[in-house]
Design a protein around this ligand. Structure first.
Ligand SMILES: [Zn+2]
Length: 152
């Protein structure tokens, strides 16, 4: 697992993240604010996703999101470049199994135990551990085992 810290996409992170199971990378802005991202030493979701693609990581988790965004915009922008991107909320979890047991999985933390996202959703009555509603609740079941629509 590689954690970028607060940075523009850079070569050092790309080298460190090569083949990583999980890259936790900041994405403060969308491309609409690319100039501001550069001026302030931050990344856009697209920039972080491009780095994740180039580094061939298994999962990209975007963090350090500007409060101007709900998170979904950043997730969608990242997924245009790198499909396995998510924007976890506080207390969400990412399971990193041994390689023979599959790829990293993003889920939700409920009652102190990491559980599969669908079970977490059922157990929580549609609320995250922090009490906020899952954004896609009511839209039906998962759209596939490799997507996590309830994770921004
Ligand atoms: Zn910052």
């Amino acid at each position: 697992m590689v954690i970028s810290g607060d940075t523009l996409p850079c070569e050092a992170i790309a080298v460190a993240a090569a083949g990583a199971d999980v890259l936790v990378h900041e994405a403060t802005f969308t491309e609409e604010e690319a100039d501001r991202a550069r001026q302030t030493g931050h990344s856009t979701a697209r920039g972080a996703a491009q780095l994740a693609l180039d580094a061939e990581v298994a999962l990209l988790a975007l963090t350090h999101v500007s409060t101007r965004y709900a998170g979904r915009e950043l997730r969608d922008e990242a997924r245009e470049v790198f499909a396995r991107a998510c924007v976890p909320r506080d207390f969400d979890s990412i399971e990193i199994p041994f390689p023979e047991r599959g790829r990293p999985r993003a889920g939700a933390l409920v009652l102190g135990a990491a559980v599969e996202p669908e079970r977490a959703l059922a157990n929580s009555g549609g609320l995250t551990a922090s009490g906020r509603a899952y954004p896609d609740r009511g839209r039906g079941p998962s759209r596939g085992a490799d997507t996590f629509p309830w994770l921004l």
